[in-house]
Design a protein around this ligand. Structure first.
Ligand SMILES: Nc1ncnc2c1ncn2[C@@H]1O[C@H](COP(=O)(O)OP(=O)(O)O)[C@@H](O)[C@H]1O
Ligand SMILES: [Mg+2]
Length: 330
């Protein structure tokens, strides 16, 4: 991994239209991804992971979503300011997506081979023969057999698992610099997931790819990511290396999340689901978004929003007033 930053999201605030009124969905989102780095975005279902990933290249429908402020620098260029044509080129070529549901991202009326080669040909990256060769190579790389046969199929003729692999293969056709993978293996069983992740890691090394890996599965994340960004109700609660976040979690939400998993990530050794409900956009608490569910809550948490800041000199970030409780009490 190099220290060169490929994506830098700064102070992103995004709103959602609810019954005609725009309410905050993402608040003060700040993170960066370096070249060759895998950053995992984790958090429970509904916390804003998919919206955040789609927001990066403005894939969200304008009638429901509004950028209130922020900057999304990709190789130094603000994606919120570039024209549609530039954005379209970046989307097809330099930033590619793999979505959770492969059916939604594939065209039901077009054969796999046409869909796989389309972007490559549109971007003028080579001949049709070269495109097919690359598609065959990538489908092989993601573990698909009978490749020629599959290439000739329509999406409905393939299983969800195969389509998810096709999605990953397809996302790499144009040698992207940044891959945004939104729960890309969730339809697959655990062993296949592990195989695919290993493969993704190998391809990442080979292509010096940067990855934003979205997941709610800490097992997968600990396997693939360099750093972890924990999202809760539209705000980042904690951000650090995999070791920092999993071994020495700072934020009560991260701790509770780890304890809520029936796995070895638990700090207390007790499997304890988090009580209460994730607040939805429009219903976020006035102070810390986790204040309604947090066991360590104190008065300040209910009135003020904590900002993400260093907990130590190693760059482990957390947004929790417990870290300055002494100062606040004094
Ligand atoms: N197209 C949409 N229209 C209205 N609300 C949406 C839309 N997409 C997402 N949301 C809302 O935004 C919030 C975050 O959703 P999402 O990013 O999909 O969560 P996650 O991916 O973390 O499960 C949720 O409250 C969800 O209901
Ligand atoms: Mg999602």
């Amino acid at each position: 991994m190099s220290s060169e930053i490929i994506l830098k999201v700064s102070d992103l605030n995004l709103e959602l239209s609810k019954e005609g009124i725009f309410v905050p969905l993402l608040e003060n989102i700040n993170f960066e991804i370096r070249k060759g780095e895998v950053l995992a975005l984790v958090g429970e279902s509904g916390c804003g992971k998919s919206v955040c990933s789609s927001a990066i290249t403005k894939l969200l429908p304008k009638e429901f979503f509004r950028y209130a402020s922020g900057e999304i620098l990709f190789n130094g260029e603000d994606l919120l300011k570039v024209d549609q044509e530039t954005l379209r080129k970046i989307r097809g070529r330099k930033i590619s997506y793999v979505f959770q549901d492969p059916f939604s991202s594939l065209n039901p009326l077009s054969k796999i081979k046409n869909q796989m080669t389309e972007g490559f040909l549109n971007q003028g990256l080579g001949t049709y023969k070269e495109a097919i060769e690359k598609a065959e190579y990538l489908l092989g790389a993601v573990g698909i057999t009978d490749i020629k046969l599959r290439l000739d199929c329509y999406p409905h003729q393939l299983s969800g698992g195969i389509l998810q692999r096709v999605g990953i293969g397809m996302s790499l056709m144009c040698d992207p610099e940044l891959l945004i993978a939104d729960e890309p293996t969730s339809a697959l069983d655990v062993t296949v997931q592990a195989q695919l992740l290993d493969l993704l890691l190998k391809l990442k090394e080979k292509m010096n790819l940067s990855v934003l890996f979205i997941s709610h599965d800490f097992g997968l994340v600990s396997h693939i990511a360099d750093r972890i960004c924990v999202l809760y109700a539209g705000r980042i609660s904690e951000l650090g290396t995999v070791d920092q976040v999993l071994d020495t979690p700072n934020h009560p939400y991260t701790k509770d999340l780890l304890d809520s998993l029936p796995s070895h990530f638990s700090q207390t050794g007790v499997f304890r689901p988090i009580e209460g409900k994730l607040p939805s956009p429009g219903n976020y608490p006035k102070g810390c978004h986790y204040s309604d569910r947090c066991d360590s809550v104190f008065s300040h948490c209910k009135t003020t929003k904590p900002i993400l800041k260093n907990t130590d000199i190693t760059g482990h970030l957390s947004a929790c007033f417990l870290n300055d409780k002494k100062e606040l009490a004094g």
